[in-house]
Design a protein around this ligand. Sequence first.
Ligand code: SAH
Ligand code: AVI
Length: 363
Amino acid sequence: MNTPKRADARQGGVPEGGGTARAYTLHAVQAVQTEPRFEFVGGSATGDRRARMAREVIAGLSRRPRSIPPKYFYDERGSRLFDAICDLPEYYLTRAEQALLQAHAGGIVQRSGARCLVEIGSGMARKTGSLLRAISARTLSPVYVPFDIAPEPIRESARGLLAAHPTLRVRGIVGDFAHECVRLSRGLSESDGPTLFAFLGSTIGNLDEAEAPSLLRTIASLMKRRDRFLVGIDLVKDPRIIARAYNDDQGVTAAFNKNVLSVLARELDGHLDENAFDHLALYDEARERVEMHLVSLRQQPLTLCSGDVRIELAEGERVMTEISRKFTEESARHMLSEGGMTMLEWLSTPEQLFALCVAERTA
Ligand code: SAH
Ligand code: AVI
């Protein structure tokens, strides 16, 4: 495994987090850190990634109802569009989760004893700061392992985090969490200490009833007894609040949704016209989930792989691009237990908009 050698002040017997001793040790740590503090420790060859994308996209578009996996939203532009969504007045999720983290990150980290943070679907790592500040207050050699399908946000967010945390080491991993979570073991080392596995932003809601427990079981298999799992969960609430969050006035969510067409055009030699589709996002109260679609505005062929694959879309036909499930404490507990985890803490906003949930691997 490609683990950098660490200048670990604790080996020198210096008490952690202690005033002058800490300042002195910080100097020492910086002075001997000759290796880069940021590295990518794994990723797939472009050809393999494209082949999987072609398989999954063609399979999804060929069955009824037609669909495209949501992970393909996130090229560089898609990641930026999602970042812009987080600032929209209608998109309450990010602010609610941020507020919870500001209030509870210290306690969550303290109770878990975490010295290492793994973040699955880390994106621009907007909310990671609260957790890393709490971890850095406990150890002189914090480790952050962001795992995302998109390399650009890993690189970009690492820049800010490294500047804010002078002894932080970042081991970025590019991969698909549906198939490649085992890559996380390349970013982890026994000496990192107790690890907090975070899955923020309600991204778990983008996985269906089979996918979510399957991912949780994989994460649980990577966790040691003392490790903890922290997941951000969007809650069932007034359907109008949810529907507005996915139908913003500025059309950023519509642009994010349509961006998947340009990803397919570029990566899979597709011929697709963004203007020939409408954005549609509906909240299904019975299923407690948002469904996001692209609606074909006319009868049109959708061609991929330089014309080798041709799918005929009827006028008004929908292609589902994302589900976004909403939970109650009970349904979240059930999902976790199906995924081999036991809920330890449930922390929700006073308005019951969003919750953070801490879990351990079921023994
Ligand atoms: N956690 C961040 C970002 C959430 S957006 C936040 O809370 O703001 C969802 C993130 O998950 C994106 O960065 C996207 O690239 C990543 N993602 C989506 N599907 C993925 C998959 N199958 N494997 C790995 N990363 C994925
Ligand atoms: C990343 N994920 C949790 C977002 C969500 O709310 O489901 C993606 C998104 N889709 C539309 N707006 C935001």
